[in-house]
Structure formats: structure tokens, C-alpha cells
Write a protein that binds this ligand. Structure first.
Ligand SMILES: [Zn+2]
Ligand SMILES: [Zn+2]
Length: 328
């Protein structure tokens, strides 16, 4: 289908952020460039990054949202029209040394879908470079495919840290991200534990790792080879420093809303490696979803239609909420 929309004259529903989030019923449908596709969004996920943008931690004006699955409706490569796709969110300049070496995620000129310089997916349509798109295999439902971006971020840990079967690895945090990390890291067959605070949520990981309710007095000091911190709380980072062994690794998977006051001497004395980890490639995440029945839908709290966006954001930002989705 060609929308034939040369002057942006066709309109769509969109959630536009400019200091506050607004529902626009008459936002112009974007026009794809030669290298882009126009995608009709089917489902979109609300993520903590959206919350951070709405709280002003990351400056952004435009359509919010970066987790999605949709159908290509317009594209210069006609064989892609009608295909169900997900998309990598970072758009590099394509010419700097980082982009040439396939590190677009770190290109200083990059745009990021719904985060920086590029309208996002909380809208009926979005444009994305063709090279950012991945076709979703038929075995993966929309409700699973919408997890491609956060699951890819979880798999990024395995690109940044070598984890072997013998390693004792712990995930601190039983929320959305912790759950996806448990699924990704369990593919290494390492000795994996999740430490969390919520009985109900930690149960969701039982199939993939050992689980423990947080107990600061448990004899875990200097126990783990790798500690993955995904709560974004300073106290959890302190706990991570305690339970990691000397010469071990702490992976920082969350952004922190404020400055932290931890004393780095701890890391110096134990000669800890601190590793930051952010976005990851989608292909391993899609392969994993295709090959394993991991039932990501258990991680969905609720799906709202776009017109109910206020209720959706309220539900998504409730303490302890799992994934909330928007349907278009
Ligand atoms: Zn996200
Ligand atoms: Zn670049």
C-alpha cells in the first residue's frame, strides 16, 4: 500500500511529549525517505526510559516510545511491504569510525527512536531506516515481539562479559529487566541466581534460575563471580559490591536517577571490574524467542488501547508494575 502522502496531509493519533505528554489526534503521518520504511505500529511497550524522559532526566521533544512491533506499509524495497517488523532504536550518522565499525549505538551524532532527535512509536505510524528493521518470524506473536528491544538489551550483557558454565552469577532485581536478563543469561548454563524483594515476581524467574528473597544477612559475601545490578538503586549497588568476589565483575544495567554516594575504595580493594551495559543487537533476541518457548506474555500486566493512554501510563508507572502495552 502506498499512502501517497506527499505533504503530510494524512493524520494519525500520537502521544507527543513537550515537557508533558499530550494525546494528539491530528498529528501528520510521517513521510519516509528513500532509505526508510513507513511502519504501522501494532503494539508498543512502555519502558522505564519513557518514565525518565517524562520526569525530565533525558531531554526530548517529540513522539515518545521505542519498543514496538508493526507492519511495513510503505518502502522503496517493495518486498518488505506487508512484513511484520521490529526495529533497532539507534540511528547512527553512518560515516564516523564508530558507525563504520558497527557501533552505531555509540555514534556521537546518533538519533534514538522516541528518545533523541527522532519521533518514536507511541503513534499509529513511524518511520525507521530499512537497515534498522528486522522481520519477525511467524512463530513469534506480536505480544512477544514487542519485547525485542528490552530482551536485546538483556542479551547485550553476554556481549560485554564472558560468562561460562562454571561462573556463579547473580541478578539483583526481579522487575521487567531482571526477568529478561534471567532468560538471556540462563542460555550460558551458568550457576544463576536472582535476588529480589517480591515473592510474586521472583516466581516468574523460577524456571530459569535459582531465586532468593533479599536477605542482607545471608552469607553471600564475596560469593559471586558476576553480579548484575538492574534495580537502579544505590543500596543495591552497595549490596552488589559486598557479594561480588575479589577480581569479580559488577554489570550495571540500570541508569540511576541521581548521583550515587558509594565509596569506590571498595571496588579498588577487591579489584572489581565495573561494566556498563545498554542496548544490544536484536538478532540474538529474536532467535532466542523463536527457539525457546519462554512465554514472555507472563511479563505483561495489561494491554490498553491508545485512547486509554492515561490509564496505561498510570498502570505502567505503579511501583512493581510489569510490562504495560499500547495497542493501535
Ligand atoms: Zn525500552
Ligand atoms: Zn556515526
Amino acid at each position: 500500500m502506498k499512502l501517497n502522502n506527499p505533504n503530510n496531509s494524512l493524520k494519525m493519533k500520537a502521544l507527543y511529549f513537550d515537557k508533558k505528554l499530550e494525546f494528539r489526534k491530528e498529528y501528520p503521518i510521517p513521510v519516509p525517505t528513500e532509505n526508510e520504511a513507513l511502519i504501522r505500529v501494532t503494539l508498543a511497550g512502555i519502558c522505564n526510559t519513557d518514565k525518565e524522559i517524562m520526569n525530565g532526566y533525558v531531554p526530548f521533544t517529540g513522539i515518545l516510545g521505542h519498543e514496538f512491533v508493526g507492519i511495513v506499509t510503505e518502502c522503496s524495497q517493495s518486498e518488505l511491504i506487508g512484513k511484520r517488523v521490529v526495529g533497532e532504536i539507534n540511528i547512527g550518522c553512518g560515516v564516523c569510525s564508530l558507525c563504520i565499525n558497527e557501533m552505531q549505538n555509540h555514534c556521537p551524532q546518533r538519533q534514538a527512536l522516541g528518545i533523541h532527535g527522532k519521533d518514536g512509536v507511541f503513534a499509529e505510524y513511524v518511520t525507521l531506516p530499512i537497515e534498522n528493521m528486522l522481520i519477525v518470524p511467524d512463530e513469534i506473536s506480536d505480544e512477544e515481539a514487542v519485547f525485542a528491544e528490552p530482551l536485546a538489551a538483556a542479551f547485550n550483557i553476554l556481549q560485554n562479559v564472558e560468562i561460562s558454565k562454571q561462573d556463579k552469577v547473580v541478578i539483583i532485581g526481579d522487575g521487567k529487566l531482571g526477568q529478561l536478563i534471567a532468560r538471556a543469561v540462563s542460555t550460558t548454563s551458568c550457576d544463576l541466581t536472582m535476588i529480589g524483594k517480591h515473592e510474586k515476581k521472583i516466581e516468574l524467574a523460577q524456571h530459569f534460575c535459582k531465586t532468593m528473597i533479599l536477605n542482607e544477612s545471608a552469607k553471600l559475601e564475596n560469593y559471586f563471580d558476576v553480579v548484575i545490578e538492574c534495580t537502579g538503586n544505590e543500596s543495591a549497588l552497595h549490596y552488589a559490591s559486598l557479594i561480588v568476589r575479589a577480581k569479580g565483575t559488577i554489570v550495571l544495567k540500570s541508569t540511576y536517577a541521581g548521583n550515587i554516594k558509594s565509596n569506590p575504595s571498595f571496588w579498588v580493594r577487591k579489584e572489581i571490574r565495573l561494566i556498563g551495559s545498554r542496548c544490544g543487537p536484536f538478532a540474538p533476541a529474536l532467535q532466542f524467542m523463536q527457539g525457546n518457548k519462554i512465554d514472555l506474555t507472563k511479563l505483561i500486566d495489561k494491554i490498553f488501547f491508545i485512547d486509554e493512554w492515561k490509564n496505561a501510563f498510570e498502570a505502567a508507572f505503579l511501583k512493581g508494575a510489569l510490562k504495560v502495552l499500547l495497542r493501535f
